[in-house]
Ligand binder design. Structure first.
Ligand code: PXP
Length: 237
């Protein structure tokens, strides 16, 4: 059965909107694990727009499943990872102005730099996943820099408007997953996956883990809203 990693960045986004303490991503992590998730995912961004260093340190203490830290391929981030020792580091591209991680990591064109960061983290005993487009050259490059896993960026699949386009993207994901598996890397997938589009992707047997954030947190807001309102109404009555 495929594993589910839940990205809780958006719980922190909501907290940062008021620079306060609620909702606490640590509480969310506990609930996510109790609900049966196989792991937690957080992205410590350079601009610290959601997850903070303190969250990461505390999550490392309390997460009982697996903590997957997404970060830019930078020495300053590698230092933090080597101190925190998450179960997995996923290297992702990062641009300050972007709303979210908008594309895969360019591995083929930046092999030396990425390999240096991977070596640093491997020396610290941390396995590495690379968040890349479902592109065969990127897969081969990921293998060359000794990545342990690849996470296939599913953004184009998730954004496909027409069935034909979705089928083309599904095929690209399937080919990329097959090659990564053949080269001995573990395969996961994520970005833009939701309650409507994830099912078709499970036809790709090489994908053994899904990392999903926004759609789960968005749904939690809606399915939890009725109870939250009722509880407040009761308090003031
Ligand atoms: N995997 C990676 C590597 C990501 O960067 C993100 C987005 O932060 C996700 C998965 C989750 O994407 P979404 O929030 O669209 O489900």
């Amino acid at each position: 059965m495929p594993r589910l990693g839940v990205n809780i960045d958006h719980v922190a986004t909501l907290r940062q909107a008021r620079s306060g303490r609620d909702p606490d991503p640590l509480a969310a992590a506990v609930l996510v694990e109790l609900a049966g998730a196989d792991g937690l995912v957080v992205h410590l961004r350079e601009d610290r727009r959601h997850i903070q260093d303190r969250d990461l340190a505390l999550l490392r203490e309390i997460v009982q499943t697996k903590l997957n830290l997404e970060m830019a391929a930078e020495e300053s981030m590698a230092k933090i990872a080597l101190t925190t020792k998450p179960h997995l580091v996923t290297l992702v591209p990062e641009r300050r102005q972007e709303l979210t991680t908008e594309g895969g990591l360019e591995v083929a064109g930046r092999r030396d730099r990425i390999q240096r960061i991977i070596e640093l983290l491997h020396d610290g005993g941390i396995p590495i996943s690379l968040f890349i487009e479902p592109d065969l050259d990127q897969i081969k490059a990921a293998h060359k820099v000794a990545a342990d896993y690849v996470e296939l960026h599913t953004g184009r699949y998730a954004n496909a408007r027409r069935q034909k386009e979705e089928q083309t993207e599904l095929e690209a994901l399937s080919q990329a997953a097959k090659l990564a598996y053949k080269l001995g890397m573990g395969v996961s997938a994520g970005h833009g996956l939701n309650y409507r589009n994830v099912k078709r992707l499970t036809q790709v047997p090489e994908i053994v883990e899904y990392n999903i954030g926004h759609s789960i947190i968005a749904r939690a807001v809606l399915v939890g809203l009725e109870r939250a309102v009722r509880e407040m109404k009761q308090l003031i009555s």
